[in-house]
Design a protein around this ligand. Structure first.
Ligand code: NAD
Ligand code: UD1
Length: 340
C-alpha cells in the first residue's frame, strides 16, 4: 500500500485530506503535536476513512522525534506538509515563534526526508504569498513575496526552501498548493473546522453566531471597491481541496521538480454574499454590524484555477451553498467542536 505521512494531519484541512486519501486506498500516518487540534479527531477520521490511522504525537521541529518517526515508518512514500501555525494577527505579535515553528518544521522535515530517501512532497501554501494582487483572477505567474505579515512570509520562505531543495536534488518532486479560502466540512458532519478561542476567519465566526455561541458578526469594512463594499474572496469547499491533494500526490508520482498550483474555484463571493447564503442554508438569521476594515486586509482575491485543471485534472465541484450547508451540519451537530 502507498503510505503518506500527513504532518499536521489532525487539523482542519489535514483531517479531511486523510479521509479522502484513505478512501482512495492510501495508508495514512499522521504526525501532529496537537497545538491547534485534538486527539478526538483521529477515531472520526478512521470511522469515515474505513481503516486505521497511525497517529504519532510529534513536534515536527523536534529533530530527534522526527528521525524516530521516519525510522519507525520505512513505508513512507510521500509527505503532505500541513503542520504550521496559521493565525495572522498572532504572527504579527509573535513573528519569531511563527518563523521558528513554520520554517523549523519545514527544514527538519525535509532533512529527514533526505536522510530516508523520501522524494515526494506536497506543501500547504496559501494565496497569501501573492500579497495585494495587481490583478484578479490571480495566476501562478503573478508576483509573490509581497505579504505583510510573518505568517504569509513563513509560507513564502518555505516555498523558496522547497524550490532550492529541488534545484539541488533532481529526484525531488514538490507541489506547492496555494489554497484560497477553505471552508465547509465533510458532508457527514463528523469532522470540521474547530478553532480554539475566538475565530479569526469569517466562516467559523458566522457558524458560531448561527449556533448561538456569539451574538453577531462584525463585517470588517463596507467601503471596499467591490459591488457591495465588503471584501471578496474565493471560498473553496474543504473536500474539494482534499481531492486536490490526492491529485497533487499522483502528480508527484509521475513528475520531478517543483510546481506551484492554485487551489481555488475562480469565483469571488463578498462577506454579505456569504452571510446571505449561510442564512439560506441554515434557516437561521445572522445578525451583523459593519465595523472598520481589518488591518492588512485586501479588497478582492480570487484564483485563476486553470493550471490545476491542466496539470492535475482537478477543479472545484461544490458551490457556496454546499459549503454553507456542510459547515452548518458540522457546527449544529457539534456546537462545541470535538468536545461534544
Ligand atoms: P490547523 O491549525 O487546523 O492544522 C494545522 C495542524 O498542524 C494542527 O493540527 C496543529 O496542531 C499542527 N501543528 C502546528 N505546528 C506543528 C508542529 N510544529 N508539529 C506538529 N504539528 C504541528 O490548520 P489548517 O486550516 O488545517 O491548515 C493546514 C495548513 O494549511 C497550515 O499550514 C496552514 O497555514 C495552511 N493554510 C490554511 C488555510 C486556511 O484557511 N485554513 C489557508 C491557506 C493555507
Ligand atoms: C485570512 C488571512 C490569510 C489566510 C486566509 C486563509 C488575514 C489578514 N489573512 O485571509 O493570510 O491565508 O485567511 O486562512 O487574517 N471578515 C469579516 N468579519 C470577521 C472575519 C472576516 O468581515 O469576523 C471578512 C474579512 O475582512 C475578509 C473576509 O471576511 O473580507 C474573509 O476573511 P478571512 O476568513 O479571515 O480570510 P482572508 O481575509 O481571506
Amino acid at each position: 500500500m502507498n503510505t503518506v505521512l500527513l504532518t499536521g494531519g489532525a487539523g482542519y484541512i489535514g483531517s479531511h485530506t486523510a479521509v479522502c486519501l484513505m478512501r482512495c486506498g492510501y495508508g495514512v500516518i499522521i504526525a501532529d503535536n496537537l497545538i491547534n487540534s485534538v486527539r478526538e479527531v483521529i477515531p472520526r477520521i478512521e470511522e469515515l476513512g474505513g481503516r486505521a490511522v497511525r497517529f504519532h504525537e510529534v513536534d515536527m521541529c523536534d529533530e530527534r522525534a522526527v528521525e524516530e518517526l521516519f525510522s519507525a515508518s520505512p513505508d513512507i512514500g510521500s509527505v503532505i506538509h500541513f503542520a504550521g501555525l496559521k493565525c495572522v494577527p498572532e504572527s504579527v505579535r509573535e513573528p519569531l515563534r511563527y518563523y521558528q515553528n513554520n520554517l523549523g518544521a519545514t527544514v527538519t522535515l525535509m532533512q529527514a526526508m533526505q536522510r530516508h530517501g523520501v522524494k515526494r512532497l506536497v506543501f500547504s501554501s496559501s494565496a497569501t504569498v501573492y500579497g495585494d494582487p495587481e490583478t484578479v483572477p490571480i495566476s501562478e505567474t503573478a508576483p509573490v513575496g509581497g505579504c505583510t505579515n510573518a505568517y504569509g512570509r513563513s509560507k513564502y520562505i518555505s516555498e523558496c526552501i522547497m524550490q532550492d531543495a529541488c534545484k539541488a536534488d533532481a529526484e525531488l518532486s514538490v507541489v506547492l498548493l496555494r489554497y484560497f479560502n477553505p471552508i465547509g466540512a465533510d458532508e457527514s458532519g463528523r469532522i470540521g473546522e474547530n478553532p480554539f478561542g475566538v475565530p479569526n476567519n469569517l466562516l467559523p465566526y458566522v457558524a458560531q453566531v448561527a449556533v448561538g455561541r456569539r451574538e453577531k458578526l462584525f463585517v470588517n469594512g463596507n467601503d471596499y471597491p467591490t459591488p457591495d463594499g465588503t471584501g471578496v474572496r474565493d471560498y473553496i469547499h474543504v473536500t474539494d481541496l482534499a481531492r486536490g491533494h490526492e491529485r497533487a500526490l499522483r502528480y508527484t508520482e509521475a513528475h520531478k521538480g517543483c510546481e506551484a498550483i492554485n487551489l481555488g474555484t475562480g469565483k469571488g463571493a463578498s462577506v454579505l454574499d456569504v452571510v446571505r447564503e449561510f442564512s439560506n442554508a441554515s434557516g437561521v438569521d445572522i445578525p451583523f454590524e459593519f465595523a472598520p476594515r481589518r488591518p492588512g486586509d485586501i479588497a478582492v482575491c480570487y484564483a485563476d484555477p486553470r493550471k490545476a485543471w491542466e496539470l492535475l485534472g482537478w477543479k472545484a465541484e461544490k458551490d457556496l451553498h454546499d459549503m454553507c450547508l456542510d459547515t452548518w451540519r458540522w457546527q449544529s451537530a457539534n456546537p462545541n467542536g470535538y468536545t461534544d
